[in-house]
Write a protein of this length. Sequence first.
Length: 269
Amino acid sequence: MVGGVVLCGMSSHEMPPKMSCIKIHDARDLDGMRKAGQLAAGVLAFIEEHMVEGVSTGELDSMCSGFITAHGATSATLGYQGFPASTCISVNNVVCHGIPGSYRLKSGDIVNIDVTIKLNGWHGDTSRTFMIGSCTKLAQTLVEVTEKAMYVGISAVRPYGYFGDIGKAIQGFVNRHGFSIVRNYCGHGIGTEMHADPMILHYDSEEPGPQILPGMFFTIEPMINAGSYKTKLMKDGWTAVTSDKSLSAQFEHTIAVTENAVEVLTRSP
């Protein structure tokens, strides 16, 4: 792998094709990303025991923030374009970017915690949906299918394959279970920037997209809805919810591609 190289090419999405510049990283970069990824995973491992009835999303955010700073890192979300918290916490019909606050978890809730940390200049980005108390069969199935969909997408990644393979694989899997895939939020390149090219679609765009090359870092983070794939943005400018108030779940890992392998950087320690 050659550090500092930026590849520019065409990528196709719902919008007309645009130029995409994807950085190729070296082995030293990968070492930094591994450390950031493991710390991000550690945040979710730490918070798991606190995911219980009665705790507020604001309290969960405060606990995650304390863990992050105690380990010498910072939250990449706090203050990002004005976002007011160290994590995104999305409950039930909230698709993503939920703002932690006074809401207290109840039995039957499904709760996604999305953590992005910055450690020594590198970002680790991961999320997981937790089930609180006794959840409905629909909620359980949705969470299970969403986690599997993420791994189906990861399994589609190949050195010298194409990014379009990821969404195609995820859609084929999710369709068999009768759920829908959110289209207006996607995965992304990552590294010294939290968000970079390319955009990683989780549905089949019928386009191959850019080629996947050794040295690329990116996230796979499908958001799966029990009902319609459509979303709407709340007045706070951040919180995205399902348009039909159906449940939504999400899982996310940060991925590195090497010459001979695909590495999940945010796997739980």
